[in-house]
Design a protein around this ligand. Structure first.
Ligand code: ADP
Length: 612
C-alpha cells in the first residue's frame, strides 16, 4: 500500500510553515497585552498567609529552584478593554498565529467570568526536572501552600492558567520541561514532558524524517500541550481524537512528593511502557485525569500511522430542521466505524464567524443577538448550510472512493443536502483548515471566530449528547433559548464520537462590558441546571463552574464526590494539590464557603480574610 501524506501536505497550504516561527511566548510570565510592565499590584496571598510568612516561604522556594525560576504575581494587569488582536482578512492559510492566545496570561484568567482579581496566583514556579517538582511538593507540604500545576496554561474558556484557590502557586511545567523524550517509529508512540505542544511534536516528527509516517492528533488550536489537553480530556479529529484514550504510561508526582510510574512503566527497565496501557493490577491512570491527586511529569501517547490517504469532506444541511435527521443518519455510520474519526456538525452561523465579524455582516446589530432572518441572510451570502458537517475518510482512494459514495447515499434523503470535497470549494473555505486538522496538521484558523464580537472573551458550556436526533434537537433548543435570553448568540458544534457527541457551546462576551461577563456567568449556570434536569451533564468545565457541575453528578447523596473526597484526604492530607479542581475539595476547605455553586457576589464566596 502506498503510504503518503495528503497532496497538500508540505505545500503552501501547510500552516506549520508559519507556525514553526511562533515564539511560544506563553512559556514566560507575561502581563496581559497592553499592560505597563512596571506597574505593580498587590500580591494575593494564599489562605492563612500574610506578607511575612509568604515571603519566608517564597525565599525558601527560591533557594530550591533558583531565584530566576520563581516569579511573583505583582504586576498590574489590564484585564478589561484588551483590544481584540488584529485579524487580517481574508484568512487564507497559512493563518497568522497572531491572536491573544499567543500570549496566554499566567497571572490570571484572561477570559475571567468572576471578578478579574479572584482566580489569581501569588507566584509562578518554573521547575526544570521531576526532582524539582518533587521538591516543590515537599516545600508545599511544609508551608501548606496550595499548588496549581499547568503544562502550558492555554486552557482558555475553562479558566486558562488560573488557579481555583486565590494565591496558589502556579507550577508552570511547560516552561522548562518541554522535551520530546522518545519517539518509537515502529511501535508508533512517543514519550513527552509536559510542555511539548502539538506544533512541537509535529515539527519534531518532521525533523526526524517521520512526518510522512506518523501523524499527531491535533485539537482545534495547535499551541496547547499534548499532555494538558489529554489530562483535561480534550479532543482532536482523527481516529485518535479521544486524547485521553490514546495515552499510554504516566510518571506522576504524588501529593506527598513520591514518584509513581503507571502501567507497564512501573516495572524497572520496562520495554513496553508505551505499548500497553493497563500494566498489572488496578488501572489507576484515571485518578490523575481532571483530578487533583498528582502532577504528571511524563506521559506516553500513541501516534497514528499514516493511513495511506485521506478524503476530507463537507456536507451542508440547508435547513434548521435538518439537525435531527442528520444526527440520526450519522449514528449508524459512527457506530459501524464507517466514519472512523471525530467529525463535527456545526451551526452554519459559527462557520460564518470564521469568515467575518458580526459588525461586518450586520453593521446595525448594536450588540443584539442575531435574529433568524439575518442568520439566513448571512448563510446565503456565504453559501453555507444551516448546519455544516466536516468529516474525513481514511485510507487510499480505492478504499475511500466507494465509502464516500456510501456516505452520500445515506444522507441524500435530506432535502437540498450538498456534498463537497476540497476541490469543490473556494480557497477561503473552512474545509481546507479542517482538512489539515483531520490530517494531523496543527492550525490556528479556529481563532478567527474570536473576532465575531469586539473584545471577545469565551466561556465554554460542554454537555454530552447522545448520537441521536432527539438529544441534539433538545439541547440546541434549550441552549438557544437560554443564550438568547442572556443576550448571546447560540454558537454550537457537535463533535461526534461513536456513541456520544460533545456539544460545545461558546458564550462569546465583550470583556470591556462587565454586565456581559456577569450575564455570561448567569447564562452558563442556567444552562448547567436546565440540562441536568433533562439528564445531560458536562464533560469539562471552567474552574468557576466546577462546584455546580460536580453537584449535578449527585446520585446517591453525592456518593461520587464523597468518594473522591475520601481519596483526596487520604493521598493529600494537607490539601495542597489543586484544591477545588473539578469540585473536589480537601478536608480543610470543605464547608467553609469556598464552593461556588450559584451566581453570588464574590465577597460571599471569599472565605473570611482568606482563612481556612
Ligand atoms: P494546555 O496545554 O492546553 O494549555 P493546560 O496546561 O492549561 O493545558 O492544562 C489544562 C489543565 O490540566 C490545567 O489547568 C491543570 O488542571 C491540568 N494539568 C495540566 N498539566 C498537568 C500536569 N502535568 N499535571 C497535572 N495536571 C495538569
Amino acid at each position: 500500500m502506498k503510504i503518503d501524506r495528503p497532496s497538500w501536505f508540505g505545500s503552501s497550504l501547510d500552516p506549520a510553515v508559519a507556525i514553526a516561527k511562533e515564539p511560544l511566548e506563553g512559556r514566560e510570565f507575561k502581563p496581559a497585552v497592553g499592560t505597563p510592565e512596571t506597574a505593580k499590584r498587590q500580591v494575593t496571598y494564599p489562605p492563612n498567609f500574610g506578607k511575612e510568612t509568604f515571603e519566608k516561604a517564597i525565599d525558601e522556594l527560591r533557594k530550591i529552584l533558583g531565584a530566576e525560576n520563581v516569579q511573583i504575581n505583582d504586576q498590574l494587569r489590564q484585564l478589561l478593554n484588551v483590544p481584540s488582536p488584529p485579524l487580517d482578512r481574508p484568512l487564507s492559510p497559512p493563518d497568522p498565529p497572531s491572536l491573544s492566545t499567543d500570549h496566554p496570561a499566567l497571572s490570571h484568567d484572561a477570559y475571567n467570568v468572576l471578578d478579574a482579581d479572584y482566580f489569581v496566583p501569588s507566584a509562578i514556579a518554573l521547575p526544570g526536572s521531576t526532582e524539582e517538582v518533587q521538591a516543590i511538593v515537599r516545600w508545599a507540604n511544609k508551608w501548606i501552600f496550595p499548588l496549581w500545576p499547568i503544562s502550558i496554561g492555554r486552557n482558555l474558556g475553562y479558566g486558562g492558567a488560573a488557579p481555583r484557590v486565590p494565591g496558589s502557586l502556579v507550577i508552570n511545567l511547560g516552561a522548562r520541561m518541554n522535551k520530546v523524550l522518545n519517539i518509537d517509529e515502529k511501535a508508533a508512540n512517543c514519550l513527552l514532558e509536559p510542555g511539548v505542544t502539538y506544533i512541537e511534536l509535529y515539527e519534531e516528527l518532521k525533523r526526524r524524517g517521520l512526518g510522512e509516517k506518523l501523524w499527531v492528533d491535533v485539537p482545534d488550536l495547535g499551541g496547547g500541550s499534548v499532555m494538558g489537553n489529554a489530562l483535561d480530556r480534550g479532543v482532536g479529529y482523527t481516529p485518535y481524537g479521544d486524547h485521553w484514550s490514546q495515552h499510554c504510561g504516566m510518571e506522576v508526582v504524588l501529593p506527598n512528593g513520591e514518584l509513581v510510574e503507571l502501567g507497564m512503566g512501573s516495572m524497572p527497565g520496562a520495554k513496553t511502557a508505551q505499548c500497553f496501557q493497563y500494566g498489572y493490577g488496578p488501572f489507576l491512570d484515571g485518578m490523575f485525569s481532571q483530578s487533583n491527586l498528582g502532577i504528571v511529569t511524563k506521559m506516553g501517547f500513541f501516534l497514528m500511522p499514516n493511513p495511506g490517504g485521506i478524503k476530507p469532506f463537507m456536507i451542508s444541511f440547508m435547513h434548521k430542521e435538518d439537525l435531527g435527521p442528520a444526527v440520526d443518519t450519522l449514528q449508524p455510520l459512527m457506530a459501524s466505524r464507517l466514519l472512523g474519526n471525530i467529525p463535527s456538525l456545526r451551526l452554519g452561523l459559527w462557520d460564518a464567524a470564521t469568515y467575518g465579524s458580526k459588525d461586518e455582516y450586520w453593521p446595525e446589530n448594536a450588540g443584539r443577538v442575531v435574529p433568524e432572518d439575518v442568520e439566513l441572510r448571512i448563510l446565503k451570502e456565504k453559501g453555507l448550510g444551516y448546519w455544516v458537517f466536516y468529516g474525513a475518510l481514511y485510507g487510499p482512494d480505492e478504499v475511500t472512493d466507494p465509502q464516500w459514495e456510501i456516505v452520500k447515499s445515506k444522507f441524500k434523503h435530506i432535502k437540498d443536502v450538498k456534498f463537497s470535497l476540497r476541490e469543490d470549494v473556494s480557497a477561503e473555505s473552512y474545509l481546507h483548515d479542517r482538512a489539515n486538522v483531520f490530517a494531523g496538521v496543527p492550525t490556528f484558523r479556529e481563532l478567527a471566530w474570536h473576532a465575531w464580537i469586539p473584545n471577545s472573551g469565551e466561556l465554554f458550556f460542554a454537555p454530552i449528547s447522545g448520537v441521536n436526533g432527539a438529544d441534539a434537537v433538545a439541547q440546541v433548543k434549550l441552549c438557544r433559548e437560554i443564550t438568547s435570553k442572556w443576550g448571546f448568540d447560540y454558537l454550537g458544534t457537535f463533535y461526534v464520537a461513536v456513541r456520544e457527541a460533545h456539544h460545545i457551546v461558546t458564550l462569546l462576551f465583550d470583556r470591556s462590558k462587565p454586565e456581559q461577563r456577569v450575564n455570561a456567568e448567569k447564562c452558563i449556570r442556567e444552562l448547567i441546571d436546565t440540562h441536568a434536569k433533562l439528564g445531560y451533564g458536562e464533560y469539562r468545565s471552567h474552574i468557576a463552574t466546577a462546584d455546580q457541575i460536580m453537584a449535578t453528578y449527585g446520585a446517591n447523596n453525592h456518593a461520587f464526590r464523597r468518594l473522591n473526597e475520601q481519596i483526596k484526604d487520604c493521598l493529600d492530607p494537607n490539601g495542597i494539590m489543586a484544591p477545588g479542581r473539578t469540585g473536589i475539595w480537601p478536608r480543610a476547605y470543605r464547608g467553609k464557603g469556598w464552593e461556588i455553586d450559584g451566581v453570588a457576589p464574590l465577597k460571599q464566596v471569599k472565605p473570611e480574610a482568606g482563612k481556612l
